[in-house]
Ligand binder design. Sequence first.
Ligand code: TYD
Length: 136
Amino acid sequence: SLDQCRIVDLPKISDPRGNLTFIEGGGRHIPFDINRVYYLYDVPGGAERGAHGHKELQQLIVALSGSFDVLLNDGRNKKKFHMNLPYLGLYVSPMMWRDITNFSSGAVCMVLASELYDENDYYRDYEKFVAQVRGK
Ligand code: TYD
């Protein structure tokens, strides 16, 4: 549910030579094991990504570079997160519709995912997603 979705403070090793952040699975920094990593980049101004929900998939979304907004919607309530720091991750629980918008130029959106890619795990129709959530 929306209450489970939260900003995760990742370790940051500050160094005059440049900072370092790491993310470990096994329940240490995120509550799932990482089975897949993907990233969005070269996103043209005004483009919108996401616009779908997942049945089982859990994710951690990180703005590796630049910024964007993530709008989460559990079918009842919505919450908007502005992502612009590479040491903060947004944990997205299952059954969450997400829209990703307002990409800055040069933004890189990295996503850690709990499962391999599976189109059968997607809700791509918002009305169907809401109907499922509301038990219709
Ligand atoms: P999609 O998940 O709709 O993109 P986003 O949510 O980032 O806007 O995926 C876009 C296309 O890429 C779709 O045809 C499926 C494919 N795809 C893969 O093959 N593997 C993956 O891990 C992901 C995330 C997408």
